[in-house]
Design a protein around this ligand. Structure first.
Ligand SMILES: [Fe+2]
Ligand SMILES: [Fe+2]
Length: 472
């Protein structure tokens, strides 16, 4: 431990009001680690904490679990909610009790995002643990929940210094950990120190200590470190890139649809956990938002969950496609179901002559090659070529009014009978596969922009599927 870190730790110790690990959490950890532990013991522990017991009974009696009989006993709640669900609720509640005094946290610290991230990491860590057949999924849940506890301790104990670090990291472009390390208090070390003090097992302490190490180093670690690492990474992903998936894949055998499924499930669990804890956790993946409480019944959320469920189905189908035509049909179906995009032309590079050649999927599901619909890669004026070269989507509706569109783009627009065209590049590992060109009208284009992440996810997976076919 370096001198500056030691100084900060001495300051925390001398403040004499170090957060205390709730006694109930210690008991819960033991009870949860005992796979065969009886339900009565778990019920007894929960009953010893009046506020936790009340929350669990309230949830068991909520309309969500439509049932006739009113539940008054925790052991009945365990049966209705499920033993595993109650374990998660109880652990979350106990951890939340440690740091629920938000007024002690500095201004610059976004507590809502912190809890959202912690709950998401917990839910994902447990799911990854189960997929990896790790025998202590509750330990993974808890480790995911507390992996950033060092940040909370720093924000509570050194509000002004930590606010300066948060502000500085934003301005300098350094990562938070880099800035913390330069200041002398990396949250990974502070968190590990606190958990050591609380006599946590060394595997959990290590999972906290190493959660920002380079992925290559993590590959050679014991499972809990890898699980928490992957969960933290995955919980920060926007879903528009497959970066986190690659990290996950490098650490565990896991398919992309599995990952999407886990992210969907985690999002639902986070909503339930947050509502159970009475926590306001802000909106998902929106750094600029200060975050308002999301009601689980809001149409937006229902819509989001619905869309992600549909997307998971499309991705599953993509993986199972036997050939290129099947992939194009699946993409077209996905675009129609998810984005109401029905007028689409695929332009794919022909490896023989390097030309972009069109394919369309007919209403009867046949893939056709319209004769003459070919674009040379040297046609630099075409928005389609530009979107492929620049590697990002381009819309003819958002271009400058003064610029005259390329005739070829105009012709495709006429063909699709729309106000504009929207070109989404299909690129995988630097390899240019082609573009997906959709006909759009102005209101549709605005709606598409709102669904950008989901659209990117589909296009990214479409590229992976086509690339895999090319190289099969
Ligand atoms: Fe962290
Ligand atoms: Fe984190």
């Amino acid at each position: 431990m370096n001198d500056r870190l030691q100084q900060y730790i001495s300051r925390i110790e001398s403040s004499h009001n170090l957060p205390i690990l709730p006694h109930i959490l210690v008991k819960l950890i033991f009870a949860c680690q005992d796979e065969n532990g009886n339900t009565r013991e778990l019920a007894r522990i929960i009953q010893s904490d009046a506020s936790m017991a009340a929350k669990i009974l309230k949830l068991a009696n909520s309309s969500y679990f439509r049932s006739t009989g009113k539940i008054v006993q925790i052991d009945q709640a365990l049966i209705r909610l499920g033993r595993n669900a109650v374990k998660n609720l109880a652990i979350s509640s106990a951890v939340h009790q440690v740091f629920n005094k938000s007024d002690a946290v500095s201004n610059g610290f976004d507590l809502k995002r912190f809890w959202r991230h912690s709950l998401t990491s917990a839910a994902l860590a447990k799911m990854i643990a189960e997929k990896a057949a790790y025998n202590l999924p509750e330990q993974a849940f808890l480790a995911g929940m507390i992996h950033d506890i060092g940040r909370l301790l720093l924000a509570t104990k050194f509000p002004d210094e930590y606010k300066a670090v948060l502000d500085g990291a934003e301005k300098s472009g350094e990562t938070l950990l880099e800035k913390e390390t330069r200041t002398g208090f990396p949250h990974t070390e502070i968190g590990a120190w606190l958990l050591n003090r609380w006599n946590f097992d060394s595997m959990t302490v290590d999972a906290v200590r190493y959660h920002h190490e380079p992925a290559a180093r993590i590959k050679e670690s014991f499972p809990l470190v890898r699980i928490v690492y992957a969960a933290n990474d995955l919980s920060r992903t926007t879903g528009s890139s497959d970066e986190a998936f690659c990290v996950l894949k490098g650490l565990f055998p896991c398919t992309f649809p599995d990952t999407v499924e886990m992210m969907l499930q985690a999002e639902q669990e986070v909503q339930e956990l947050a509502s159970f804890l009475g926590l306001s956790i802000g909106e998902k993946e929106n750094p600029s938002s200060e975050g308002e409480r999301i009601d689980i019944q809001t149409p937006e959320l229902v819509n989001e969950v619905r869309n992600f469920s549909l997307m998971a189905g499309v991705l599953q189908n993509l993986v199972a496609c036997p050939d290129e035509n099947a992939i194009l049909k699946t993409i077209q179906e996905g675009l129609a179901v998810l984005f109401d995009m029905r007028k689409v032309i695929f332009f794919l590079f022909d490896p023989e002559d390097g030309l972009l050649k069109a394919r369309v999927v007919t209403d009867q599901g046949r893939v056709e090659f319209p004769p003459g619909l070919v674009i040379s890669k040297y046609n630099k004026d075409s928005l389609i070529n530009r979107s492929i070269q620049e590697g990002h989507p381009l819309s003819s509706l958002t271009g400058g009014e003064s610029e005259k569109p390329a005739i070829l783009d105009e012709q495709i627009r006429h063909l699709l009978d729309c106000e504009g065209i929207f070109s989404l590049p299909l690129v995988r590992l630097g390899e240019k596969i082609g573009a997906l060109v959709a006909g759009v009208d102005r209101p549709e284009e605005k709606a598409l922009m709102r669904e950008e992440k989901l659209l990117n996810l589909l296009v990214c997976q479409a590229s992976i599927a086509l690339y895999a076919r090319w190289n099969a």
